[in-house]
Ligand binder design. Structure first.
Ligand code: PDB
Ligand code: ZN
Length: 514
């Protein structure tokens, strides 16, 4: 519920006194999720009005302000501003002028200032009705939770500015990231000449592989092993150093966010690799199809910003604009992948024929776009419809199977041991909560399963396992019965685990109720 500031007397700064005998102008605008009302004299200057907006947004003169009409068009901030009603309020966006120069502490101070400011408001409004106070208090609580998560992120050196499209990093972390990339590359190239033990090679082909035990340089070595052990280097004349450049570029293009990061990319690729061996797909599909599946898994979330398609569309981001709201993220992931492959030094497709390149490109686009969960039922139903007559020589059948294999790999965390899988759910919820916090601040719709004030981890995961994971995985085991023990049984155990957790939580809640 956005609280109109009319209920609270505006601090002086929001009221620019009119000149002698001057008419005043009233405008309504939303900032930080609240509708404000401001009044200024026709003789006020543009600077006066900007000062008024900054005071309402409680930001420093370094910030750039952008004012949008209800229809989304940007309007100039000047005394010529059209007066409006409370229903057709403007939207005030604060763009941090120079993210590099903004270090976390001032923003945290600013947030703390806002929290204490809000708390004084709560006290000042002692006379207001109880629901107003409780609403203000819940806003204060929500700000405090946000402050905690931002402090945590600042500790990790990530500065997530509400108005920049990308996760921006303070200058320090930017340099750290480049230094980290250099270190990972050095370690990767040094280790890549070492032989990986037979035991690790075998372990790599199973879904019980624990990603949390490995650092990123080692994961790059293991990815090189996957491409080598599937004979892609010989089949497609891929030189080892080009493959290493390609893998390193992919690593560099994943962002440092809680879930859709390089570790997730590794997990999905490793699961795909395991499924290929467990189902003996090498004897059923050609090398090109296997190369498409493994490379699609590797690239399927490239440069993920940590905010899903619903956010991209509602916030009218550049990606939504560029891809006309059609799977903007998945289109972007695929475009970034082919941007890497377009570079000579990382082009593992260099020696493919034109026909092979076209086949690879068409296949990778289909597989990566298939990871948009909004299309889950469309793709699963297509697979169900051909299962009884599945033919490995049929091009369309193979295409659907490849999409299903990438999808299964993408959401397969719960097929791994619980000690590996559960931290992934916490990471995913962290990313979802960051998104819903941002949506609340921007006044955008918030999905309940992303709302930190509403979601219950066990019950949302039991629903996901029951209605998404098990139906998908059981369909795949109809084609490959040997997968039952590898991906279906572990997921049934996970369902038991979260159901027990759900019951325990419910019992605790009923026990606590008066
Ligand atoms: C999905 C879509 C987008 C991003 F329980 C991630 F609330 C996923 F967290 N995804 N991948 C794995 C998952 C999982 N979503 C959920 N559980 C997973 O294990 C459920 C999710 C709604 C949560 Cl499907
Ligand atoms: Zn993914």
């Amino acid at each position: 519920m956005s609280m109109s500031r009319d209920l609270i007397f505006l601090p002086e700064a929001c009221h620019v006194p009119p000149g002698p005998q001057m008419t005043t102008k009233i405008i309504h605008f939303m900032v930080n999720g609240r509708v404000e009302r401001a009044e200024f004299g026709a003789d006020s200057t543009a600077e006066d009005i900007k000062e008024l907006f900054r005071a309402a947004a409680e930001v420093s003169p370094h910030h750039i302000l952008k004012l949008y009409k209800a229809n989304g068009s940007v309007v100039n901030i000047s005394p010529m501003l059209e007066p409006n009603s409370q229903d057709s309020y403007y939207r005030l966006e604060v763009v941090t002028s120079d993210v590099q120069s903004i270090t976390m502490p001032s923003n945290v101070d600013n947030m703390e200032h806002r929290v204490s400011h809000l708390e004084t408001k709560v006290l000042e409004e002692a006379g207001k009705t109880s629901e107003v106070i409780s609403d203000l208090q819940s806003q204060v609580e929500s700000f405090k939770r946000k402050l905690e998560s931002i402090k945590h992120l600042s500790w990790m050196g990530i500065f997530r500015d509400e108005n920049t499209k990308q996760i921006s990093k303070s200058k320090g972390t930017q340099l750290n990231m480049e230094e980290e990339h250099r270190q990972v590359r050095r370690k990767f190239l040094n280790m890549s000449s070492l032989q990986v033990t037979e035991e690790v090679r075998d372990h790599l082909k199973t879904p019980i592989f624990d990603n949390w035990q490995w650092e990123e340089a080692e994961m790059l070595v293991l990815l090189q092993v996957m491409f080598t052990d599937l004979d892609f280097l010989t089949a497609f004349q891929i030189k080892k150093d080009v493959l290493q450049n390609f893998l390193f570029e992919v690593y560099c293009h994943y962002n440092n966010i809680p879930f859709h990061n390089f570790q997730h990319c590794f997990c999905v690729t490793q699961m795909m690799y395991g499924l290929i061996w467990l189902t003996d797909l090498k004897s059923k599909l050609c090398s090109m199809d296997l190369l498409i599946m493994l490379t699609s898994a590797l690239c399927h979330d490239l440069d993920h910003p940590g905010y899903n398609n619903v956010y991209q569309i509602n916030a009218r981001t550049e990606l939504a604009l560029r891809y006309n709201d059609i799977s903007p993220l998945e289109n972007h992931h695929c475009a970034v992948a082919f941007g890497i492959l377009a570079k000579e030094e990382s082009n593992i497709l260099k020696h493919l024929t034109t026909e092979q390149y076209k086949q690879f490109r068409a296949g990778m686009i289909k597989c990566i776009l298939a990871t948009d969960m909004a299309r889950h039922n469309e793709i699963l139903n297509k697979f169900k419809s051909i299962l009884s007559i599945f033919d490995f020589r049929n091009k369309d059948h193979k295409e659907v199977l490849m999409k299903i294999m990438v999808k299964v790999s993408d959401i397969s965390n719960e097929a791994r041991p619980m000690a590996v899988a559960e931290p992934w759910l916490d990471c995913l919820l962290q990313e979802f909560f960051n998104q819903s916090d941002k949506e609340k601040l921007k006044g955008l719709p918030v999905a309940p399963f992303m709302d930190r004030d509403k979601v219950s981890k066990p019950s949302s995961q039991t629903s996901f396992i029951r209605f998404v994971l098990l139906p998908l995985f059981t369909e795949l085991t109809r084609l490959f019965p040997c997968l039952e023990q590898h991906i279906v049984e572990p997921v049934r155990r996970a369902l038991e685990y979260y159901s027990d957790l759900e019951r325990a939580t419910q019992q605790r809640e009923t026990a606590c109720k008066p």
